[in-house]
Design a protein around this ligand. Structure first.
Ligand code: MLT
Length: 408
């Protein structure tokens, strides 16, 4: 028999969200009459906006005509979409990008998982704890870590704990990393980084020759003006960072699939012999070898997000979810919970009641209130004792969930 990649056997249990799904299915089979409210996985619930749907219909019709038919598109994405991204998401913030610095893809989960291929197996990675599990698991699969210890941490990964005491801000790594994963607004804690703090990260990366993988998938939910939306708002970031962005949460594309990755030309790594190589060129090679591009219809849908009407509709959905976030935060606070995040992010991070671990609280909420959230420990050992609620539910579900929680 052929050998397998044994690194997969190092992975802790299943991926977090399927594990939650498994527990919820088991509960619902045993309790068929109970209505379960899902505020666990951050999946959008509002339908696609009118402009997006119309763009898809228009693009589908084009595809059905001989003049408008599109076969393989550019793997990197169509210029019509990339130019809109640059003009709308970056230029107004003073960030200049060229067309070939933006790579359109089918999701930031895929991009942030695949990007590790550009780095050698002995590259040292640093992650926050708690963290979006994809960053860790994909590096485990690649063999960049040792085994998981009894403390729930993998050997050879540098963890940067984020605790209530530090406002869930990671401190600089205790040893020099090659790669630093940062996510702001943060999944799962819902906290943000200020410009000053990001500038410190850029300076740190420069000093240590580290590369920052900056996940900004939730930037559209920032409400406070002084919070940066992109790491490229920070001077010097083009030399040390790349940025992941997504239409998933911003425009309800979790089922449609469209995202993009920005890799400035100044961002370089070196060969063992010291020759500098741009990561943009490596990713371009990887993307065009392993990916055939996002469908024309989907890219037209994404383009519609930048129409004046599309922008307005998307803003309405964002406001709807952020109103949910306000309700969840206020409802939980009134019920005596300590909460974090939820001001510039669609996630509310709460401390579990005394004596309950994250998974115990998960089971308790499921059994007693039929409300599903995400256990903090699923995002890393420092998430133990915390729990995440998503603001992406329907309003009536959010209010019902809060009512149930308050009556516990
Ligand atoms: C989450 O709930 O953390 C996200 O939905 C996961 C993702 O975006 O892949």
């Amino acid at each position: 028999m052929a050998h397998i990649n044994e690194n997969y056997l190092k992975l802790k249990a299943g991926y977090l969200f399927p594990e939650i799904g498994r527990r919820v299915r088991a509960y619902s089979e045993a309790n068929p009459g109970k209505r379960i409210i899902r505020l666990g996985i951050g999946d959008v619930t509002l339908p696609l906006s009118k402009s997006i749907v119309e763009a898809m219909i228009g693009a589908s019709k084009e595809m059905g005509s001989s003049e408008g038919f599109h076969g393989y598109g550019p793997e990197q994405g169509y210029d019509f979409l990339i130019q809109k991204i640059i003009d709308n998401d970056y230029a107004p913030r003073g960030v200049k990008l060229s067309i070939d610095e933006v790579f359109v893809s089918d999701g930031s989960k895929c991009d942030s998982g695949n990007i590790q291929e550009l780095f050698p197996v002995d590259a040292k990675i640093a992650v926050t704890d708690p963290v979006y599990p994809v960053y860790v698991d994909t590096n485990v699969m690649a063999g960049r870590t040792g085994e998981v210890g009894s403390d729930g941490r993998y050997d050879r990964i540098i963890y940067m704990p984020c605790t209530a005491e530090t406002g869930f801000q990671p401190d600089f790594p205790t040893e020099r990393p090659d790669i630093i994963y940062l996510c702001f607004p943060n999944n799962p804690t819902g906290m943000v980084a200020t410009k000053e703090r990001l500038a410190e990260w850029v300076a740190y990366a420069k000093k240590n020759n580290s590369i920052i993988l900056y996940d900004a998938a939730y930037e559209a939910f920032i409400r406070e003006d002084h919070i940066p939306h992109s790491i490229f708002e920070i001077e010097g970031a083009r030399e040390v960072a790349m940025e992941f962005r997504s239409f998933s949460k911003t425009a309800g594309f979790t089922g449609l699939r469209c995202a993009y990755l920005v890799i400035p030309k100044e961002l370089k790594g070196t060969t063992r012999s010291g020759e500098a190589v741009t990561l943009n060129s490596l990713w371009n090679r990887r993307h065009s070898t392993k990916f055939n591009g996002v469908s024309y219809v989907t890219q037209k849908a994404a383009e519609a997000c930048y129409l004046p009407e599309g922008k307005k509709e998307i803003q309405e959905s964002i406001q709807y979810y952020m109103k949910n976030a306000d309700l969840i935060r206020e409802g939980l606070n009134a019920a005596g919970f300590e909460t974090f995040g939820g001001i510039n992010a669609p996630y509310i991070w709460l401390r579990t009641p005394k004596g309950k671990t994250s998974w115990e609280f998960f089971d308790y909420l499921l059994n007693e209130a039929q409300v599903v959230g995400t256990p903090g420990s699923g995002f890393g050992p420092a998430g133990e004792g915390f729990f995440r609620l998503s603001a992406f539910g329907k309003r009536e579900d959010v209010t019902e969930a809060l009512k149930r929680i308050a009556s516990l």
